[in-house]
Design a protein around this ligand. Structure first.
Ligand SMILES: [Mg+2]
Length: 351
């Protein structure tokens, strides 16, 4: 992942707010012709011509959304951008610009903010988005970071949560649960470290899980891949809170029911083995863990042949009429209600 390079300490007061912004943003490049004016005026000026603009924002608060004892600042900056870009891809749109705002206490030296910004800049470079504005402020306690992403798409390409139809296939990209289990491993090592600061954890078996937690990648490959396959999802959402709550969002917005098949949920072997180690049910983790930043979408059955066999996609269920309800079909072929947090192992009553 990233190397850490925090040695000297320059006080924030040496720069002042405007000097700090100039210092942190001096290496930023402009990638898009839609960015008419980026940083340097009262507001950015953008021109999406005849495309729809999509806008999304996320707020990350120290102690609530991240823990700096195991989240390096460079990773935090990268992840703060990723969670927003993921929402833009979930609209089947292309992110073009971001704004970045943060509040920090004086305990952070300039070098710490340079690390944070290095992660933001790396994400912006790799995902080709322009940083066009933001704000900095002081905070009396922890670090707060807010990113807003702007993107665009042709009107006919935009995909909402609300378009799923009965019998549409429910499809997910990648695999689920790894980011949550990466967090569990990091939390465990933090507790071990508190007891014995000399301990040198062997995190090698957990590399994939920790990388999914600390350096998630938004699925920028999926909207163009779907286009190339001539598939337009009928609904789409990104997986930030866990599979079950995202499925429920699609069902509620589309006014449909769903059948989700436990045996189809894609899990990496590393997730299965760490769940055994932690004695946690891997299906529960996939359903409720969150932070996977994969995409969940529905497609017409007639499009199945176009995605069949593609390693990026797994069909995990199908939509139904709303009155049929939302169900998980277990490996034991039990039908249980799909709920937003955890799962209810009680067999559903026949109606
Ligand atoms: Mg989302």
């Amino acid at each position: 992942m990233f190397e850490n390079s925090q040695e000297s300490r320059t006080s924030l007061s040496e720069y002042g707010e405007f000097g700090l912004i100039d210092h942190l943003t001096k290496n930023l490049k402009i990638n898009h012709e839609s960015t008419i004016k980026g940083i340097g005026d009262d507001a950015a000026v953008l021109d999406f011509k005849d495309e729809r603009a999509v806008v999304t924002t996320d707020l990350l608060i120290e102690g609530v959304h991240f823990d700096l004892s195991y989240m390096p600042l460079k990773h935090l900056g990268y992840k703060a951008v990723m969670v927003n870009l993921s929402d833009v891809y979930a609209m089947n749109a292309t992110p073009k610009q971001i704004t970045v705002s943060f509040a920090v206490s004086n305990r952070f030296p300039v070098e710490a903010l340079e690390e944070l910004y290095a992660g933001i800049q790396l994400a912006a470079d790799l995902y080709k988005v322009d940083v066009v504005g933001g704000d900095t402020s002081s905070s009396t306690s922890g670090l707060i970071i807010s990113v807003t992403a702007l993107g665009s798409a042709k009107e006919e390409d935009v995909v909402y949560r609300s378009g799923a139809q009965p019998n549409d296939l429910l499809v997910v990209t990648g695999d689920l649960g790894a980011a949550y289990m990466g967090l569990q491993v990091l939390e465990r090592e933090k507790e071990v470290f508190k007891v014995n600061p000399q301990s040198q954890p062997d995190l090698e078996p957990y590399t994939y899980l920790i990388e999914r937690q600390l350096k998630p990648e938004a699925r920028k490959d999926i909207p163009p891949l779907l286009k190339a396959l001539d598939v337009k999802p009928t609904s789409m959402i990104d997986i930030s809170d866990g599979l079950s709550s995202e499925i429920i969002h699609i069902c509620k917005k589309s006014e449909k029911g769903v059948y989700l098949y436990e045996e189809k949920i894609p899990l990496d072997p590393a997730v299965i083995s760490v769940c055994e180690e932690f004695k946690i049910d891997s299906t529960t983790i996939a359903l409720s863990g969150g932070e996977d930043y994969e995409l969940l979408f529905t497609i017409a059955q007639s499009d199945f042949e176009k995605i069949k066999g593609n390693p990026n996609f797994t069909v995990i269920g199908h939509m139904a009429e709303e009155k049929e309800g939302m169900h998980l079909i277990t490996r034991a072929n039990q039908k249980i209600p799909l709920i937003a947090r955890g799962w209810n192992a009680m067999k559903e009553k026949e109606d």
